[in-house]
Design a protein around this ligand. Structure first.
Ligand SMILES: [Zn+2]
Length: 300
């Protein structure tokens, strides 16, 4: 048996189960200034499936290239499928999910999908995992997005996409809406792996899952059951560990994926509160901290 996991920056991972190759998100080619992850999406010539967590560019961009170069099937929300369809990915290579599907990926590997939640992009997140952020609780959408709001997300996305085009020769495809955050549990003969790519969850959904390994996103203002978490990103990671009780836990989305609006949260100093919180709330879960392309063996 051979199961290996490679982090490719942001919330993108490559998971190889024997001879099956899965990409979890596809965002490998990044904005100028973000540390390179060691490969370009054009280098990827083997992939069977791309599991897209949601349809923002920093997750889905590149899936259209992998699909074209490898014939991989892209699994994601209906909005993710729309983005891929607009990029010319054939319908036969698109499997749509809203959470609740159970797809067969090979003779021995399947994936279950679950409805998830995007982090609260309508309010600011912490700049460090140990920073406690409170408030913004119980607001309605008109209060979350006031009429005099000067934030311009479509403009920001367009600027990012143009920077990608200049740097990589193609725009960063994606959607300005979340496109349905999906969580996945990949079931292999050797163990199961939970994956989501943005800091949110429905607690009643994740509480009954018992994956052996969990990949949890640590970025922005976490969204728990539709409300912003009153606490820190470290608290969110601890809560996810408490719900899922994985033997091993990996983090995603916590590198410096879009400077200057992001920072590197993988450093010892940044990670210290996360390690402390995990040791306190779920000491049975081991936090595995990896760099890009380290090829970590799972279930060894
Ligand atoms: Zn997003």
């Amino acid at each position: 048996m051979a199961v290996s996991l490679d982090w490719l920056g942001c919330a993108t991972f490559r998971l190889c189960v024997d001879d099956l190759t899965l990409y979890l998100d596809a965002y490998v080619d990044r904005v100028p200034g973000a540390p390179p992850v060691g490969i370009s999406v054009d280098d990827i010539d083997v992939a069977d499936y791309v599991l897209v967590g949601h349809s923002h560019f920093d997750h889905i961009a590149g899936a259209e290239v992998i699909a074209a170069n490898t014939g991989a099937t892209v699994i994601g929300s209906t909005e993710s499928a729309r983005v891929m369809r607009d990029e010319g990915v054939p319908e036969l290579q698109l499997w749509q999910t809203q959470g609740g599907e159970h797809f067969r990926l090979s003779d021995s590997v399947t994936v279950r999908t679950y409805p998830s939640l995007h982090s609260c992009i309508w309010t600011g997140g912490a700049g460090a995992p140990g920073e406690v952020v409170t408030g913004q609780y119980c607001l309605t959408e008109d209060e979350r997005w006031p009429a005099d709001d000067t934030r311009d997300f479509p403009g920001m996305m367009a600027a990012v996409s143009e920077a990608h085009r200049v740097e990589h020769g193609r725009p960063a495809v994606g959607s300005n809406i979340h496109g349905g955050a999906i969580a996945y549990v990949i079931e292999t003969p050797y163990g199961s792996i939970f994956y989501h790519d943005t800091s949110g969850c429905w607690t009643r959904v994740v509480s009954d899952l018992r994956p052996d390994v969990a990949i949890v996103a640590m970025a922005g203002r976490p969204n728990v059951d539709g409300e912003p978490l009153q606490g820190s990103l470290a608290n969110f990671v601890g809560r996810m560990a408490g719900f899922l009780r994985p033997r091993e836990m990996f983090l995603g989305h916590h590198d410096n994926w879009m400077p200057p609006s992001t920072q590197d949260m993988t450093t010892d100093e940044m990670m210290a509160p996360v390690r402390e919180e995990l040791a306190r709330v779920e000491p049975r879960s081991t936090l595995v901290e990896v760099g890009y392309l380290e090829g970590t063996r799972l279930f060894a």
